[in-house]
Design a protein around this ligand. Structure first.
Ligand code: HEC
Ligand code: HEC
Length: 281
């Protein structure tokens, strides 16, 4: 190649890349309104975004993988945690973790009730943005979403999250229950692990059957179930009928577990979950 040819080549290649870049940028911008559902933006959501900035949440958290990697990504947080939980969390995060165990702190920021409500509306708007799969996996800091992400990504019904016993095809209902545990919306595994001692936003499911037997025999039980299966069903359908003690689990008798499953799951799906959880002796 002569010098002249290389120069033409360099200029043409640069021009072509620049053009391609511009076309793709324009194309992205063209889709923003639809992907972000900007027609749904209310003054409350916009105020929530201001609260997000005012308290510098981004100094520790990420949205769309953008921000600091000290604390969990919050892009889809409202799909993993119910509103009751998020409100209580924002009021006093220190109830929700053990400084010794987790070794990381979320400061208590004294947000007003209005700020908390609008912040959650903003985070819910964010959670509904079609992010076309970005970030590809939720960014894990404390752990907890791993199992959900792994089985949802592969779409593999038999993919057992770490620490659970894979259930054979011979017991279809339990296998379905295990699958639902990871895929219900929000997924049970976002809050419950199945490993002994690993309490997350909800108590671990390991040893559930044994401790429920003790609870039912103890006289401390406040709900209406008469056996273990009944208790598990009740926990899913009416979480506040009996709450596991602990400031990180409930406030004023209202469980932080979402109370939406009785509508979002069918009878059969609830049966499947109960059958699966009955295996966690
Ligand atoms: C100084 C760093 C820091 C700042 C600033 C901060 N957080 Fe956090 N946040 C954390 C840490 C660390 C955790 C995880 C605690 C744990 O280990 O459970 C957390 C957890 C959370 C959770 C719970 C996530 C879950 O999985 O249950 C929510 C919700 C949350 N933060 C929201 C916010 C919001 C909203 C703001 C701004 C108003 C904010 N945080 C500001 C450090 C921070
Ligand atoms: C946002 C977090 C969250 C999600 C999601 C969630 N739970 Fe819970 N769960 C909790 C909390 C907090 C408690 C303890 C308070 C209470 O007793 O309701 C709990 C309690 C329970 C209990 C009673 C545990 C015990 O030790 O007695 C069962 C059973 C249960 N959940 C099953 C499920 C199932 C099944 C799903 C999915 C369909 C699910 N949970 C989804 C937070 C959650």
């Amino acid at each position: 190649m002569t010098t002249r040819q290389s120069r033409i080549f360099a200029v043409a290649a640069t021009a072509l890349s620049a053009l391609l870049f511009m076309v793709l940028t324009v194309d992205s911008h063209r889709q923003f309104q639809e992907l972000t559902q900007s027609q749904n933006l209310t003054p409350e959501i916009i105020h929530g975004k201001d609260v997000w900035h005012k308290y510098n949440c981004i100094n520790c958290h990420t949205l769309f993988g953008e921000g600091a990697y000290y604390a969990p990504d919050l892009t889809k947080i409202t799909q993993h945690r119910g509103e009751a939980y998020l409100q209580a969390y924002m009021r006093d995060p220190s109830n929700f973790y053990d400084e010794q165990k987790h070794r990381r702190l979320m400061p208590t920021q004294d947000l007003s009730e209005k700020e908390i409500t609008d912040l959650i509306l903003f985070l819910d708007w964010v959670a509904n943005i079609d992010n076309q799969g970005w970030p590809p996996r939720p960014i894990l800091v404390t752990g907890g979403f791993a199992a959900t992400a792994a089985s949802a990504a592969t779409g593999d019904r038999d993919a057992a999250p770490p620490g659970t016993t894979p259930v054979g095809d011979d017991d279809d209902s339990r296998a379905k229950g295990q699958y639902l545990f990871n895929t219900a919306v929000p997924s049970c595994s976002a809050c419950h692990s199945t490993q002994p001692g690993a309490d997350m936003a909800g108590p671990t499911m390991a040893g559930l059957v044994a401790r429920t037997e003790e609870l039912l025999a103890s006289g401390d039980y406040q709900g209406e179930a008469t056996d273990v299966a009944g208790y598990i069903r009740e926990s899913i359908v009416t979480p506040s009928a009996h709450v596991v003690p602990g400031a990180m689990y409930s406030a004023g008798g209202t469980s932080f577990m979402p109370n939406t499953y009785r509508d979002s799951l069918s009878e059969e799906q609830i049966d499947n979950l109960v059958d699966y959880l009955m295996t966690l002796k």
